[in-house]
Each structure stands twice: as C-alpha cells, then as structure tokens.
Design a protein around this ligand. Structure first.
Ligand code: ADP
Ligand code: MG
Length: 350
C-alpha cells in the first residue's frame, strides 16, 4: 500500500526524424544514443538501461515509436528506496507515447515499465513502484492487489504528513539481496505447495497454515515467509484503519512492519534501525518504518502536521549524534502520480 510523493522526475521530449533516442541525463551529465530498433534486453548496468528497456518493451507491444530527443531531470533521490527507477521508467513511457502519438492505458504502462526493469536491468521487482507512479492520487494511499491489479484509493487523514528521512547510507549488498529474498520466498512456496496444493504464492497462505505446515522447511525460508504472510495481514489491517480513521493503529502497524523487516526479512541495517527508533520517541510521530529494498536508503514516517518542525529538528539532531551523518528529510503529502506537463506549466493527468 504505497503513496506517491511530491518528489518528481521530469522527462522533456521532442521528435527526431531518425530512428534513435538521444537521451541526456542532467543528473549524470551524460548523453546516450539508443537505436530504436535495438531491442536486446541486456543489462549494461547503466542509467540508460531504464530508457532502453521502456522503449524496447513498448515496441515489443506493437507500438510504433518515433525517434526522440529526451532530457531527464531527476527529483527523486536515487537508490534510496523511493523508487527513482520507476519514476524514470514511467516518465519515459509517457514521453515516448506522447511523442509517437500512441495511447496506452495506465495499467499497461505500469506493466510495461515493470517488464522493462525486469528484463533490461535484471531486477526482479514487482509491480508496486510502477503502479503507484501511474495511479497515485493526491491525499490518498493506494491498496494494490498485485495479483488482480485491482486497486483502491484510501484517503489519508489531512492532518498527517509523510516525512521521508534519508539515512545517507547504502550498503553494498543491497542490490543482490532483493533477488535473493525473492528466491527464498519461492523456496518457501515450493515447500508449502506439496502440503497445500491450492497455493500459488505466499499471499495464499495464512499465518496458522505457515505455522502448521512450514515447520520442516529451512529456517531462513520460514522466516522470510513469515514476514510476507504477516506483512500482507498488516497491509489489510492498515487499509481498515484508513477507512475508520484510526491513525494511531496505522502507526503501530508501521512499527510492527519495520520489526518484521528487521528480524524476519533481514533487510534493515543499523542506520535504518536508529532512524526508526529515534522517530518512535518523538511526540507527534504516529509510526515509522524503512521503505524500499533496505540496507540503507530511507525511512517513511507518519507525523502530525503540527509536530513536523519539531520532528525535523529532533530526528536530524539525534541521527547526526548517533551516526555523524546529517540526514536529508523531505516532508510530503500524498501526491498525484505521473502527469503531462506542457510548456506553460499546466499539468494534466489525461
Ligand atoms: P530506487 O528505485 O530505489 O531509487 P534503483 O536502484 O531501483 O533505486 O534505481 C536507481 C537507478 O535508476 C539509478 O542508478 C539510475 O540508473 C536510474 N535513475 C533513477 N533516476 C534517474 C535519473 N533522474 N536519471 C537517470 N537515471 C536515473
Ligand atoms: Mg527501484
């Protein structure tokens, strides 16, 4: 159940007469040329993989893309768990589609971007990041059923702010561990399926079934599965608290989620744990947890509006004295997902 933030990545686009994309990244200060007819999904471990991937997948879907000049200006910190990758993919998809006079609905755009990331960067990511970048709406969280791709907007209380705290660290193991966790969860499913033939994924398993039928599986797979199963329950509980407006309970679920990410899923790190534990002691904070793939990056904090200034001071001072790092803090409200911005600055979601 993600929200879209007010941080945005912009892609400016204009047509070219040849069959190429000339892409300039302002953040990397680098120009790349991508032939539109080269569709080999090989990860180059380069930022242009995301653009090449989106163009490649859209072409595979049968869309006739035109050549384009693109300029990418990022406003989402990279590699910090806020999904700058999905921001770049979705913005690129919107730009290429517009430039080519092609239409594709937002669900297909999200799926195409996920496929691009899977095939062209090697990250076995799910659909969440691309989906919220397409479907986020101001003031709302989005409950996503990642199997049916049905989703439901749930309004956040207007007095709540989302404060993002960047630990400023990124531990080296992060990238590989994401795919490892997926493999461990698949191992758990493979074990459980012989006892529970109806299941296809961990979302089909209840906690009591896991406890009853999962005892013989490797300890590590069991704990990974327990995180997923309990996290799914927490998400559904959290959706209910948004419907009833019990934000305190919502905050407790965020803290429980962090604990499970730390202990069972083991994707946290000291800096994230320090940041979450500092937040828990600050007045006006409803909840806090790490976000994204872990091993560094950001925490997300739900803070009452009238406590935001105090929160920023306290968490910055506390984190700096514990780690020597001055954290970046972004205070946001839930925002709209991708939109088209014209030269006069007007935005439209169409
Ligand atoms: P996250 O999505 O959590 O930020 P990822 O590792 O999934 O982290 O994606 C980060 C990568 O996405 C960057 O290393 C870069 O290759 C690409 N990227 C993100 N933002 C931009 C940008 N503004 N310009 C070019 N590439 C970007
Ligand atoms: Mg990403």
């Amino acid at each position: 159940m993600p929200v879209a933030l007010e941080l945005a990545t912009y892609v400016a686009v204009g047509p070219r007469e040849d069959r190429a994309l000339h892409v300039f990244s302002a953040d990397f200060d680098e120009l790349c040329t991508i032939p539109l007819d080269d569709r080999s999904p090989r990860p180059d471990n380069h930022w242009s993989d995301y653009v090449r991937g989106v163009a490649g997948v859209l072409t595979t879907l049968g869309l006739k893309l035109r050549g384009a000049n693109l300029v990418i200006v990022g406003g989402v910190p990279m590699g910090s768990g806020l999904s700058s990758s999905a921001a770049v993919e979705v913005a690129t998809a919107f730009a290429l589609l517009h430039n080519s006079g092609c239409a594709l609905d937002r669900k297909q755009i999200a799926l195409a971007c996920q496929q691009a990331e899977n095939e062209y960067t090697g990250a076995r990511c799910g659909i969440m990041d691309q989906f919220i970048a397409c479907f986020g709406r101001k003031g709302n969280a989005l409950l996503i059923d990642c199997r049916s791709l049905q989703s439901q907007l749930l309004p956040l209380r207007p007095e709540c702010r989302i404060a993002i705290c960047n630990t400023g660290v990124k531990h080296g193991i992060a990238s590989g561990e994401y795919n490892n966790r997926r493999a461990e969860c698949e191992q758990a499913v493979a074990y459980l399926i012989s006892r529970l033939p109806r299941i296809e994924a961990l979302r089909d398993v209840t906690l009591s079934e896991l406890q009853e039928f999962g005892q013989g599986m490797p300890q590590l797979a069991f704990r990974r599965a327990r995180h997923v199963v309990t996290e799914n329950e927490r998400v559904l509980d959290a959706a209910e608290t948004l419907r009833t407006g019990e934000m305190e309970r919502f905050g407790q679920l965020m803290l429980a989620s962090h604990e499970s990410l730390r202990e069972d899923y083991e994707v946290s790190c000291d800096e994230l744990n320090i940041m979450v534990s500092l937040a828990g002691k600050i007045e006006g904070v409803l909840g806090a947890r790490m976000t994204g793939g872990g091993f560094g990056g950001c925490t997300v904090n739900l803070v009452r509006q009238d406590s935001v200034a105090h929160f920023q001071e306290e968490i910055a001072a506390g984190y700096q004295s514990a780690t020597g790092i001055a954290p970046q803090i972004y205070v946001c409200e839930a925002a709209d997902g991708a939109s088209r911005v014209t030269g006069d600055g007007a935005e439209s979601l169409a």
